[in-house]
Design a protein around this ligand. Structure first.
Ligand code: DX5
Ligand code: ZN
Length: 220
């Protein structure tokens, strides 16, 4: 199993964002997780395509854009132009989920669907074959530094089964409350890609934290 670690810049020092992105890539990040919030779909406001485009030249790894915005379609081409590699959205924020997936792909990006802790897996029934990534939230979206919601673990296992049945290389990412002491458990449930914001950017030594995470994954 190839595991990927995706530091979320939500917990980075925004006054030094370019430096933070470079530092976390030097420290071993596989992706940069970019949280977009609109104070509408979620009660917080973060960054848009302008900041994504500004970071792109400093990001030697794929930009993993997590849209927590409603409506979602209008902004997708802007993020594609701004250098996003993966664009994920919440089905509840789209009027036409299949159309939004198609739009992401037409714009040359990989498409991900994000399910909140209380969102049913039935959202995957007619979409999984078209997706490149499923992102399961292990906190309610809107803020970094929240507590991991354990009831998401059986959901991770169930999605892993569904992905394996397709025979396609669909990434299974988990987002929220991931730390060095629970990453192994989340991997055992079936995740292969791990978002970590406060655990990495809140630590003194990013490389040491990412190394500790990889050490936990290496012995599985
Ligand atoms: C929450 C965001 C997460 C957040 C994770 O809405 O989608 O990506 O940054 O932060 P931690 O790892 O601190 O829970
Ligand atoms: Zn996120």
């Amino acid at each position: 199993m190839a595991y990927r670690i995706a530091p979320s810049i939500l917990s980075a020092d925004f006054a030094r964002l370019g430096e933070e992105v470079k530092a976390v890539i030097r420290a071993g990040a596989d992706l940069i997780h970019f949280d977009v919030m609109d104070n509408h779909y979620v009660p917080n406001l973060t960054v848009g395509p302008l900041v994504c485009a500004a970071l792109k030249p400093h990001a030697g790894v794929p930009l993993d854009v997590h849209l927590m915005v409603r409506p979602v379609d209008r902004i997708i081409p802007d993020f594609a132009k701004a250098g996003a590699s993966i664009i994920s959205f919440h089905p509840e924020a789209s009027e036409h989920v299949d159309r939004t997936i198609a739009l992401i792909k037409e714009n040359g990006c990989k498409a991900g669907l994000v399910l909140n802790p209380a969102s049913p897996l039935s959202f995957l029934d007619h979409t999984l074959d078209k997706l490149d990534l499923v992102l399961l939230m292990s906190v309610n979206p809107g803020f970094g530094g929240q507590q991991f919601i354990r009831s998401v673990l059986p959901k991770v296992s169930e999605v892993r089964k569904r992905i394996d049945k397709t025979g396609r290389d669909i990434w299974l990412e988990v987002d929220g409350g991931i730390k060095t002491d629970n990453i192994a458990e989340v991997a055992k449930a079936g995740a292969d890609t791990f978002v970590a914001g406060s655990a990495i950017f809140g630590s003194k030594d990013y490389a040491a934290t990412i190394r500790q995470m990889r050490d936990k994954l290496a012995v599985l």
